[in-house]
Design a protein around this ligand. Structure first.
Ligand code: ATP
Length: 798
């Protein structure tokens, strides 16, 4: 058992350029521990800091300055915790601080640059890189992602998450087993077979988190999120399995309700958040007071889930995120005070080790077989049972090793079992016969294929495996390149079609002339004709099928199979369904296209696209150089194998030729490794950028939906106003223009040109109506008005 207090770190968020800074300083205390101090003059406080003194000093393991890099935070905060998790101890890292102080930036990361990746993606990369370098370990990784909002738990990796409203999702609930262990019902754990899989799962969860944001749940601000990596590790051949969990926690903003100035539903939320953070504080206070026997974990979902992390079987680290702006001094001091209490808590981490019974049995069985063989050898007893497949393989490996290096005595590994020794001799004889056969004047590659499999050395086999893995990676990258090219071609064709389409309706043409930025609220009163033209234009939209296809909302991620792919696909499909679905799908598509064109987020999307394009180009170059080195390795390998074979058979061999081949091989391998490593990092960067781009696209869809809903309700209000005006027959002295709509403008400001009056002869039916200028639309409006007037006449007659 390892007893350890919770480690506390603090990170200062870069202030905005115009902000006034608080008076703070970072130095070391007498023991050389980093310390941050704040001066808070009594007369300047608004009561937010209960200060009897003017200077506050807080000690931390490390204070990360405003210009620190994400990489440094990972190295000092996360890496030690992850190393413990890899050794079988549970670990938790949680970020605590007021809203906007950088918790999500620290835990998940920023979207702008690859270097801004936070602790979670870096942790996933670290875990896979760690095991890649340690083939002696078998490991498996599962991922879960929990969001706690208003004391309810939601599974962010639930495929239903994206399609349903948060309230309709199955809730994650807690239950305690007989051993008082907490379990979470309805929280899925997804296997991640590769780094890509794991990052995809993170992406799916983060996207779901963003999508679930409604006007009432606007940001991560109001929910707690716990990303958990479930790790199982075993040394190859060992019966001992280690299972550990790593919780990476992004808590809700810690500010006090009074300061947030919220009301209504938000106040309820704020109370929940404050309540759960208050319960967290209560747990921490109870744990820091030795005399307290009861720790109130059960009071909130978050403290129940994190029970082990706080005073239990876990190595825990907290990162306090601080704002150095003077306006936030009160919250900053309160975050530091909280951290100081947390630092007192002692955890008892135990190694989570257990024996794998099936492995234990098979190990005992092989020991028994080994002992039997030794007894038979010692007593001279002859064994005549057949060699098992495992034993045959052992013999093959021993002979391969023997032929590869005559100085070693690998045959010792087969022991004194006469049956195995006999098998080894047979294999050596077969190899000798094959080598004595005169060589065909065939290219060297063919000799490699003809050579009997048993002569393939361990090194060659490993190289082949590596190459096939690398081939796979290259195929993936080439696929990505192709897809990007295809998409670019499709986009240009679509643009051309839009430009050339003679049937482009007036509304769309007007849109082009009147670009609007859609992050604005379109609440300016627009005329009814304008709002009507939007729906009235639908038939003409339907007549142009080639323009109805919205471009892919998500840039598809390359598929390597697996759970996360399925989730990504579901996410993508349902995102499309959101746009395509509903009765007005054609109009929605049309509107979406227009909305997209003037979307305020376009520059950011374009920036990401450009970066992706640059990286694709680079990946192509690196792919080519990987291929070159791979081919060189293949050639050298074949030459080396021939030379080795000649030497093993005692025929004359030129040792200098073999040495030269070896040196060339080393050189090519180094080049290969270098290019491949660079290609691999680039691939990770490309995937990150693709995810960021997809997030931006999901946000675009979300913004469009909000805008669309706003338009719909404005249109509904306009329709209601029109209905109210019906009793007055149009054309009469009091007839009103139907234009008195309060509807907001459609994406284009379509039909909104002021003063546009009806055109052509419309008769009395349309007196006072402002028309759109689009023939088709106006004809429909007029038909509608005539029908209405007929109805009115009929009702007056009765
Ligand atoms: N160290 C940093 N360097 C650069 N930008 C940062 C840093 N920390 C935070 N930011 C930026 O500040 C903004 C707010 O940060 P973030 O969302 O991480 O805050 P938060 O504490 O998670 O807020 P909330 O409680 O609302 O979730 C983001 O735009 C983020 O990119």
């Amino acid at each position: 058992m390892v007893k350890q207090t919770i480690q506390i770190f603090c990170r200062l968020k870069p202030p905005s350029s115009k902000a006034r800074l608080s008076n703070y300083d970072v130095d070391s205390d007498a023991e050389g521990k980093p310390r941050i101090s704040f001066v808070c003059p009594r007369e300047l406080t608004d009561g937010s800091v209960n200060n009897k003194k003017e200077q506050f000093k807080f000690r931390f393991e490390r204070v990360f300055a405003t210009d620190c890099r994400q990489e440094d935070v990972f190295e000092h905060v996360a890496r030690p915790v992850i190393n413990n998790v890899l050794s079988g101890y549970n670990g938790t890292i949680f970020a605590y601080g007021q809203t906007g102080s950088g918790k999500t930036f620290t835990v998940t990361g920023g979207a702008e640059r690859y270097a801004d990746r936070g602790i979670i993606p870096r942790t996933l990369s670290y875990i896979f890189a760690y095991f890649e370098q340690r083939p002696e370990f078998e490991f498996s990784l599962g991922v879960s992602y929990l969001e706690i909002y208003n004391e309810n738990g939601y599974d962010l990796l639930d495929p239903k998450h994206e399609a349903a409203r948060l309230e309709d999702l199955p809730k994650v609930t807690l239950f305690e087993d007989a051993g008082q262990q907490i379990h979470l019902k309805n929280l899925s754990v997804h296997p991640a077979a590769s780094e890509e899989d794991a990052l995809n799962l993170l992406f799916v969860g983060d996207t779901n988190r963003m999508i679930a944001e409604t006007p009432m749940n606007q940001a991560s601000t109001r929910s707690h999120c716990i990303f958990t990596a479930h790790l199982t590790v075993k040394e190859v051949g060992s019966a001992t399995v280690r299972r550990a969990k790593l919780h990476l926690v992004d808590l809700a903003g810690s500010e006090r309700v009074s300061k947030t100035g919220v009301n209504g539903l938000l106040l309820t939320e704020a109370k929940y958040i404050n309540l759960s953070l208050h319960y967290l504080e209560q747990v921490i206070v109870a744990l820091s007071e030795r005399s307290r026997s009861h720790v109130p974990y059960r009071n909130s979902m978050m403290t129940s889930v994190l029970r082990d992390s706080l005073g239990g079987n876990c190595m825990t680290t907290m990162i306090a995120t601080l704002s150095v702006e003077s306006a936030n001094l009160g919250e900053t001091i309160s975050t530091c005070r909280f951290a100081q209490r947390v630092a007192i808590i002692k955890n008892d981490a135990v190694l989570n080790e257990e024996l794998d019974p099936s492995l234990l049995i098979s190990r005992l069985r092989s020991e028994v077989a080994q002992l039997k063989a030794e007894i038979a050898a010692l007593t001279g007893e002859q064994r005549d049972d057949e060699l098992t497949e495992e034993e045959l393989q052992l013999c093959r490996a021993a002979v391969d090793a023997f032929l590869a290096d005559t100085n070693a005595s690998p045959l010792a590994s087969v022991g004194f079992d006469g049956r195995k020794l006999g098998q080894c001799f047979r294999l050596i004889r077969d190899a000798a016969k094959a080598a004595a056969t005169p060589a065909e004047p065939a290219p060297p590659q063919q000799i490699v294929t003809i050579a009997p499999e048993p002569l393939a050395t361990k090194e060659v086999r490993e190289l082949r495996e590596t190459i096939s893995q690398r081939d796979n990676e290259i195929v993936i990258l080439v696929g990505m390149l192709k897809q990007e090219k295809r998409r670019a071609a499709e986009a240009s064709v679509m643009l051309q079609q839009m430009a050339e389409s003679p049937g482009a309706n007036a509304a769309n043409l007007q849109l082009d002339q009147s670009p609007k930025k859609f992050n604005r609220t379109f609440s300016k009163p627009a005329d009814t004709a304008a709002s009507m033209s939007h729906s009235a234009s639908l038939p003409s939209v339907a007549a142009q099928p080639q323009r109805q296809q919205p471009p892919a909302l998500h840039q598809p991620t390359e598929s390597t199979g697996g759970e996360s792919d399925r989730l990504s696909q579901q996410l993508e499909q349902s995102a499309k369904a959101r746009i395509l679905g509903g009765q007005l799908s054609l109009g929605r598509q049309e509107a979406f296209e227009l909305f997209k064109r003037d979307y305020a987020g376009n520059p950011e999307i374009e920036r990401h696209k450009q970066r992706l394009r640059d990286n694709y180009g680079l990946a192509k170059q690196l792919g080519a150089s990987v291929n070159e080195s791979r081919q060189a390795i293949e050639r050298l390998k074949a030459g080396l194998e021939r030379a080795r074979l000649r030497r093993a058979l005692g025929s004359e061999s030129d040792s200098s030729e073999e040495a030269a081949l070896r040196a060339d091989m080393e050189q090519s391998k180094a080049e290969y490794r270098d290019s491949f490593q660079r290609l691999k990092s680039l691939k990770a960067e490309i995937e990150h950028q693709q995810h960021q781009l997809e997030m931006l696209k999901v946000r675009l869809v979300k913004d469009f939906k909000a805008w669309w809903a706003e338009q719909s309700s404005a249109n509904a209000a306009a329709a209601a106003a029109t209905t109210a005006a019906w009793p007055t027959p149009p054309g009469s002295a009091g007839g009103r223009a139907v234009a008195a709509s309060s509807g907001s403008r459609p994406p284009s400001g379509a039909g909104s040109r002021p003063g546009k009056q009806r055109t052509g002869s419309t008769g009395d039916a349309a007196a006072g109506i402002q028309l759109t200028g689009d023939k088709e639309t106006d004809a429909e409006i007029m038909a509608f008005m005539r029908a209405r007037q007929n109805l009115l006449k009929q009702s007056q007659r009765h």
